[in-house]
Design a protein around this ligand. Structure first.
Ligand code: PXG
Length: 463
């Protein structure tokens, strides 16, 4: 009886959700007819829905819950800070202990010249801050013409007008009417999609990086402010650049003296087995943007690390940088970030990714490379992808991109493991705490779901 009324309540909740809640990146007409899945609880790497179904969360919420769900310590850190000082702003020469402590901690963790942090509450805000600061920097340096930021196709940098324009997703641009001026997009380092027949990964990496130089020369180096890129493209399909790519990008950026912005909203805070993806690739960004796993998502917090040379330019200029958010350096979010980093250090989660979890994920995914539906598997750190194709020998995709990915994603959820479909690329970013038992559980679901999908599309697969 009690159970029945709970399920009635959830049915009503779904109806109300469809009536009153506009979801991000969602086809609302379909939501109104089917309703959303109601997620009610999380514990460790698992989430639970309103039907009582337990699902292993292979997407960490959305590339976010590094330390997993249900951490009482994080709740306690928020609770204590809320009682002490739930909010005060950091404008007008005020500060508070959590923001100072977090800034000191982050400066210690980052590469040497990144000693200052500017805060926001989302990755999009951070990228907007970075865009404004980059342009302001060049104006302060007496080169105001340097305004253009070059980024990559299929990059995701957020949904605000500026961050969405810096991103390279055409379906986002299509809803910006028109794209905000001053951004150019070059090819992404996606060997599986863009590599030519017989082209090695290494050669392709160099070719993809050198497009940056061509673009700089075409625009005129005197007009270029920065290059922006995610160390690994996440929402674009976990596209992992060949090893030759980032060193060549660094060479080009240095040669033309433009700034390098590393968007580490996904790769920051341990996901690659290093604190930052920039450490993994040994690149030297002038700005790093971060969000998501800084708090494991328990509170919204984002920020940008700023190179000393940019800070020096601000210092030399006796005026405001006219930018900031009410919640820049929110005390509760900062307290939670500090505790989250403490947990990661105490449990050696970053080292653990390196020593155990990343190799375990890679090994598990590699078991699917001979599956008839799978064109490629790839992974780095705790980021992985499976390409679903119609003809694996010819790297031929399915007609109507995304249809098969969506079918597969639904099987995954039904079978108990969340992967996200980026068109027909299945991607995963599991919590950093996953054990071998979790990888085994994921493996069984992936096998079953790929077989079910293969069954659905059997007639479309090349023999
Ligand atoms: N940069 C990167 C690299 C991101 O992945 C953002 C910036 C923007 O962060 P906010 O906090 O403003 O959302 C992101 C966000 C997906 C998906 O479908 C990915 C993100 C957000 C929503 C959906 O994979 N990444």
């Amino acid at each position: 009886m009690a159970q029945e009324s709970a399920s009635q309540q959830f049915a009503q909740l779904k109806d109300l959700d469809a009536l009153h809640h506009l979801h991000p990146f969602t086809t609302h007409s379909s939501l109104r007819s089917g309703g959303a899945r109601v997620i009610v609880r999380g514990e460790g790497p698992y989430i639970y829905d309103s039907e009582g179904k337990r699902v292993l969360d292979g997407m960490s919420g959305l590339w976010t819950t590094a330390v997993g769900y249900g951490r009482e310590e994080l709740a306690k850190a928020a609770y204590d800070q809320m009682l002490e000082l739930p909010f005060y702003n950091t404008f007008f020469r005020t500060t508070h202990p959590p923001v100072v402590e977090l800034s000191r901690k982050l400066a210690e963790m980052a590469q040497a010249p990144l000693n200052n942090i500017f805060y926001g509450s989302s990755g999009s805000e951070s990228n907007d801050t970075a865009i404004r600061l980059i342009r302001h920097y060049w104006a302060l340096k007496g080169e105001p013409k340097r305004r253009i930021i070059i980024s990559r196709k299929n990059a995701y940098h957020g949904s605000t007008i500026a961050a969405g324009s810096m991103g390279g997703m055409s379906h986002v641009h299509a809803h910006s009417y028109p794209v905000y001026d001053g951004f150019r997009h070059i090819m992404d380092p996606y060997w599986y999609g863009e590599g030519e027949d017989g082209e090695s990964l290494e050669d392709f990496g160099l070719r993809a990086a050198r497009v940056l130089e061509d673009e700089i020369l075409a625009i005129g180096p005197e007009n270029v402010a920065a290059f922006a890129g995610e160390p690994v493209q996440g929402a674009g399909g976990v596209k992992i650049a060949p090893k030759t790519y980032w060193p060549e990008i660094q060479r080009i950026v240095d040669k033309y003296g433009i700034l390098l912005l590393a968007d580490e909203v996904i790769t920051g805070f341990g996901r690659m087995g290093t604190w930052f993806g920039s450490d993994y690739y040994d690149i030297r960004p002038d700005i790093i943007t971060f969000a998501k796993a800084a708090t494991s998502g328990y509170m919204p917090l984002s920020g940008i690390f700023v190179h000393d040379k940019i800070v020096d330019a601000l210092m030399a200029h006796n005026d405001d940088f006219n930018h900031g958010y009410t919640f820049s350096g929110h005390p509760v979010a900062c307290a939670v970030a500090l505790k989250n980093i403490e947990i990661m250090e105490r449990e050696r989660l970053v080292e653990r990714v390196n020593e155990f979890a990343a190799p375990a994920l890679a090994k598990m995914l590699a078991k699917f490379k001979d599956h008839p539906l799978v064109g490629e598997v790839r992974s780095v750190g705790m980021l992985g992808a499976i390409e679903l194709v119609a003809d694996k020998r010819k790297r031929r995709r399915f007609a109507e991109p995304g249809r098969v990915g969506l079918m597969c994603r639904n099987h995954f959820f039904q079978n108990g493991f969340i992967m996200r479909a980026v068109y027909d690329t299945m991607v995963t970013a599991p919590p950093l705490i996953c054990t071998q038992a979790h990888f085994d559980e994921a493996e069984a679901v992936i096998r079953k779901s790929l077989d079910q999908t293969l069954n659905d599309v059997a007639g479309e697969i090349a023999a």
